[in-house]
Design a binder for this molecule. Structure first.
Ligand SMILES: Nc1ncnc2c1ncn2[C@@H]1O[C@H](COP(=O)(O)OP(=O)(O)O)[C@@H](O)[C@H]1O
Ligand SMILES: [Mg+2]
Length: 425
C-alpha cells in the first residue's frame, strides 16, 4: 500500500468557524483519534483544534487504542482504516465489541482507498461514517459534528431515560404506599360499616325483643292474676307457658345473632369452608328485622324470593361474606320504599359461583352506578354512610371475586357476586 497522499483542502478550514456556531455543544465531545501515521494524527489534531475542539486523545499504536478507549471513554472515535498495512477492520471490530449493547459511540473511519468494496467493508465492520480521500478538512469537521450531535442526543436520551426510570420507581413506591394505606383504610371501613350495620340491626332487634318481652310479661301477669283468683285451668296455663317459651326462645336467638354479628371483627382473616347457600339464609334471617319493620312501618310489603342451587363449598371468611350479603340486602330494601321483591339466587356458571341479590326498586342512574363502590358515596343523606358497598367490594375482592351490577332506573337492581370455584371442588 502506498503512503497516504497529501491532504487537500486544508485551506477550506477558514470557512469552518462560520458554519459552526461557537456555542455548539458538540465542541465539548471527547474524541479518540487512532491512526498509524504520525502525520495523519497531527493533521486531524490540527483540524480539531482549528474549530476549538480541545477534548481529544490520539494514538498511533493500535493495541494502545483499546486501553485508551477504556480509560478515556470517548464520545466519538476517528480511526484511520489503514493500520499497519492491513485494513482497519479488526481494529473497528474490536472497538465495536467494547461498546456495551445498546450504547451509541459513533466510529468515523478515514478511508484512503475509496472503492465501493472498501467502503462496504468499513461499514460492515461497524463504521458509522466514512471520510474518503483526499481529506477535505471542512468535511471532516462537518461529519464529526453530525456524528457527535447524534451521540449527544443519545446521551440526553439516556439521561432522560434514567430520570424517567427514577420517576417511575418513585411513582411505583408512592403507589405501593397508597395501596397499603388503602388496604388499611378498607379494613377500618369494614369495621365502621359493621358497626353501623350493627346499629341498624340493633334498632330492629330492640323492636322484636320488646315484642317478645311484652308477650312474656303479659302472659306472666295473666297467669299471676289467674293464680291469685284461683282461675287457673290446666289448658290455659299450658298454652300461656308455651307462648312464653316461644317468645323467650325467639328473643334468645336474636341475642345470639347479634353477638355473632358484632364478633365478626375478631375473625377478619379466618379461612374456613363456607357454604354460601346457608350463609345466604343466615343473612336473610339476620336482616329480616330490617325489612319486616320497614315494610310494617311504611305500609309497604317486601316479598322475599329465594332460589338457591347446588354450589361448591368455597374457602373463605364466612362472617365477612355474610356481612357482604347482609349489606346488599339492606341496600335492596332501602331501594324499595314502596315495597317490592327481594330475590336471592345462587348458581354456578362458567366455572364461577354466582350470588345474586336483586330488587325491584328505584334502580341506579349511570352516575350512581359508577360511584356506588366509592367509600362515603351515598344518595341517602344523613341516613347513609356510603360505606356498605365499599366494604362489600373489599370482601369480595379478598375472596378473589368480582361484582357486576345490572340496573335500570325505575326497574330495579341486581348485584352479582362472582366467586371462583376452588380447584379441588
Ligand atoms: N340496590 C340498590 N338500588 C339502588 N341504588 C343502590 C342500591 N345499592 C346501592 N345503591 C346506591 O349506592 C349508594 C352507596 O351504597 P352504600 O355504599 O351501601 O352506602 P349507603 O347505603 O350508606 O348509601 C347508595 O346510597 C345508593 O345510591
Ligand atoms: Mg348501604
Amino acid at each position: 500500500m502506498s503512503k497516504p497522499e497529501p491532504i487537500a483542502g486544508e485551506n477550506s478550514l477558514i470557512v469552518v468557524p462560520d458554519i459552526l456556531s461557537g456555542s455548539d455543544s458538540f465542541l465539548r465531545a471527547k474524541i479518540l483519534i487512532v491512526a498509524q501515521e504520525r502525520s495523519t494524527v497531527q493533521l486531524l489534531e490540527r483540524i480539531l483544534q482549528r474549530v476549538r475542539i480541545q477534548n481529544f486523545r490520539s494514538t498511533t499504536d493500535s493495541p494502545a487504542a483499546l486501553s485508551l478507549f477504556r480509560e478515556f471513554w470517548p464520545d466519538l472515535v476517528l480511526i484511520d482504516w489503514m493500520m499497519a498495512d492491513v485494513n482497519g477492520r479488526p481494529m473497528v471490530e474490536q472497538l465495536r465489541a467494547m461498546i456495551p449493547d445498546g450504547a451509541f459511540v459513533p466510529i468515523v473511519v478515514l478511508l484512503w482507498d475509496a472503492t465501493s468494496e472498501a467502503r462496504q467493508l468499513a461499514l460492515a465492520s461497524g463504521a458509522n461514517e466514512l471520510i474518503s480521500k483526499p481529506i477535505d478538512a471542512c468535511e471532516v469537521v462537518l461529519r464529526i459534528a453530525n456524528m457527535a450531535r447524534v451521540r449527544l442526543a443519545y446521551l440526553r436520551l439516556e439521561e432522560q431515560k434514567r430520570a424517567l426510570q427514577g420517576t417511575v420507581l418513585q411513582r411505583t413506591l408512592d403507589l405501593n404506599r397508597a395501596l397499603e394505606a388503602l388496604r388499611a383504610s378498607e379494613e377500618s371501613v369494614a369495621q365502621s360499616e359493621r358497626l353501623s350495620a350493627v346499629g341498624t340491626m340493633v334498632s330492629g332487634i330492640a323492636h322484636d325483643f320488646n315484642n317478645a318481652l311484652t308477650l312474656i310479661m303479659g302472659s306472666g301477669e295473666i297467669l299471676l292474676t289467674d293464680a291469685e283468683h284461683e282461675h287457673l285451668t290446666k289448658e290455659n296455663t299450658i298454652q300461656m307457658l308455651k307462648d312464653i317459651l316461644t317468645a323467650a326462645r325467639g328473643a334468645a336467638e336474636l341475642v345470639s345473632d347479634l353477638r355473632k354479628f358484632s364478633k365478626a371483627g375478631d375473625t377478619a382473616d379466618a379461612q374456613q369452608p363456607v357454604d354460601l347457600n346457608s350463609l345466604v339464609k343466615r343473612a336473610i334471617a339476620l336482616s329480616k328485622t330490617k325489612w319486616d319493620s320497614q315494610a310494617f312501618g311504611e305500609g309497604s310489603q317486601i316479598r322475599v324470593a329465594v332460589d338457591l342451587q347446588e354450589i361448591p363449598v368455597i374457602q373463605g371468611n364466612a362472617v365477612r361474606l355474610r356481612d357482604a350479603i347482609t349489606n346488599l340486602i339492606f341496600n335492596a330494601v332501602d331501594a324499595m320504599p314502596n315495597g317490592g321483591t327481594l330475590t336471592l339466587r345462587t348458581r354456578t356458571k362458567d366455572q364461577v359461583i354466582l350470588v345474586e341479590v336483586a330488587d325491584t326498586g328505584i334502580g341506579m342512574t349511570e352516575e350512581v352506578r359508577r360511584s356506588c363502590f366509592d367509600p362515603f358515596f351515598t344518595t341517602k343523606g344523613q341516613k347513609g354512610t356510603g360505606l356498605g358497598l365499599a366494604m362489600v367490594y373489599g370482601i369480595v375482592r379478598h375472596h378473589s371475586g368480582t361484582i357486576d351490577i345490572a340496573t335500570e332506573p325505575g326497574k330495579g337492581t341486581t348485584f352479582i357476586l362472582k366467586l371462583p370455584i376452588p380447584p379441588a371442588a
